[in-house]
Design a binder for this molecule. Structure first.
Ligand code: ADP
Length: 465
């Protein structure tokens, strides 16, 4: 004798047979999406049939179909809150779907059989075509759950055979009669419906497999990105401390506080200092990038005078400007150019725009910084007469580690991170950064903010930190 556990093992898990949680969710979502399409078809079929057959009977059956549709809608609402995780609720939803399917398929079949009974001529053209449409509809849209599809199609199949046998039983014709030809045609159509249902089902399965493959790959990519990001953060942090002391020590040596330096050592020391500064700025950029990507960059918003911001930024690069022999001029806004932002982060952005403008200018070139008020906006632009940027280079300009001219013969250095970081900082301000440029003529990079005004529309006073 079999033990009770062996019986339990033999019991069919209908829920599993129905498909995964995702299949149930897909099934309900699609059923809800198609509700009006279904209602339209049922109503059109009922009106058409009511014109030619007994309207009372037709609408009585149609009412039963509508009741099963209402049950479907209720099921859709109930399962909306199902997160796909609670298997007990999932099983209950699955059983409700199965019951609804049986009721709905029975109601539709009864509705169509009632038409077949009223069709006096042989052939049952209308009823069979209605049934055919209902079957194709089920094949196309019920492939998420094989068991449900099979349930519905089996009921339709019985209705098909019932209608096919109706005339055979009614007239008991010889095998050579056209009634038998119609019977065999119906059997052929049933095979055709089973075949296309299988095709739709296999297609859905294939699509599901692709989706889960994409999901898996997505997870792997996310994990790899996370590791990369953490690695970058650790390396940058670990590099920053020794670098700060290297830069400090080199500065001390250069200041000759520990005694005069031999002339032949000075250029070597300068190269070392320059390179450690470059390394420091790369590490700073990497840390900023990591902070922005992790959403950990804190911004401290204050009302800032855009004129002061521009002047401070120009002052900060004045040493570099005279070193590369480029004159920086400024034209300020008359009044009411206050913006809301994080002062030190905006200085960082301005520094990046200005140092790029200087870096890509020829010796003897000119850079112009302009602060202007454009209705409810404030724009700060940095204009140079440098090498310019070819059209369609936006991705290279604002991308990560990307440069327009990344060739080995490129004269100026850089990491290709500055503008990407600037763009992210500016976007976190709800502002805009963009550029206009012509190759060989020069570029204008600008940042544009909402103008900050007082409550009565007057100019807001800048807040001090
Ligand atoms: P980088 O460290 O290379 O300067 P950025 O992100 O600041 O990185 O700039 C990205 C690229 O955009 C630069 O490498 C350069 O090709 C282009 N670019 C930026 N500003 C200018 C400019 N004013 N003139 C010409 N090209 C520019």
């Amino acid at each position: 004798m079999k033990s009770p556990s062996a019986f339990r093992a033999l019991r069919i898990d209908w829920f599993k047979l129905g498909g995964r949680e995702q299949n149930i969710k897909d099934y309900i979502a699609l059923a809800n999406q198609l509700i009006w399409k279904r209602q339209g078809s049922f109503f059109a079929a009922a009106v058409l049939a009511a014109i030619y057959f007994d309207a009372l009977i037709i609408f009585a059956f149609y009412a039963v179909v509508v009741v099963t549709e209402v049950l479907d809608v209720l099921l859709g609402h109930q399962s909306k809150t199902w997160d796909g995780k609670d298997p007990v609720r999932g099983r209950r939803i699955f059983i409700r779907i199965a019951i609804n399917t049986i009721l709905s398929a029975l109601a539709i079949s009864a509705f169509i059989i009632s038409i077949a009974h009223q069709e006096t001529s042989t052939g049952h053209f209308t009823s069979l075509f209605f049934l055919f449409s209902a079957s194709v509809f089920a094949s196309m849209y019920n492939s998420q759950m094989l068991i449900i599809l099979v349930l519905r199609l089996s009921i339709y199949g019985c209705a098909f055979l019932y209608i096919a046998l109706l005339d055979v039983v009614r007239y008991l014709p010889p095998l050579s009669s056209l009634i038998w030809l119609q019977f065999w045609t119906i059997v052929f159509v049933l095979y055709f419906i089973a075949d296309i249902s299988l095709k739709f089902y296999l297609n859905y399965q294939r699509q599901q497999k692709h989706m889960s493959l994409i999901e898996e790959e997505n997870e792997v990519t996310k994990a790899a990105l996370e590791v990369k990001s953490r690695f970058l953060a650790i390396v940058s942090h670990e590099l920053r401390t020794p670098l700060t002391s290297i830069v400090g020590s080199l500065e001390l040596l250069k200041s000759e506080k520990f005694g005069a330096l031999p002339d032949n050592l000075k250029p070597v020391l300068n190269i070392a200092a320059r390179n450690s500064e470059r390394l420091t700025s790369l590490v700073e950029d990497l840390l900023d990038l990591q902070k922005l990507e992790a959403g950990e960059m804190q911004l401290y918003f204050k009302t800032i005078d855009a004129n002061t911001l521009a002047q401070e930024a120009v002052e900060a690069v004045s040493g570099y400007a005279s070193k590369v022999g480029v004159e920086v001029t400024t034209s300020l806004c008359d009044e009411g150019c206050h913006i809301s932002g994080d002062r030190s982060r905006l200085i960082q952005v301005m520094n990046n725009l200005l140092s790029n403008a200087l870096k890509f200018s020829e010796d003897g070139g000119a850079v112009h910084v302009q602060v202007e008020r454009l209705e409810d906006k404030v724009r700060i632009s940095v204009k140079d007469k440098g090498i310019g940027i070819p059209q369609g280079s936006e991705d290279a300009v604002f991308g990560k580690f990307s440069q327009v001219d990344a060739s080995d013969i490129r004269k100026v250095g850089g990491t290709g991170l500055g503008l990407n970081i600037s763009k992210q900082i500016i976007e976190r301000h709800g502002a805009r950064i963009d550029y206009i440029s012509k190759l060989g003529v020069g570029s204008v990079f600008f940042i544009e903010f909402d103008r900050v005004t007082g409550e009565d529309g007057s100019d807001a006073a800048p807040q001090t930190a």
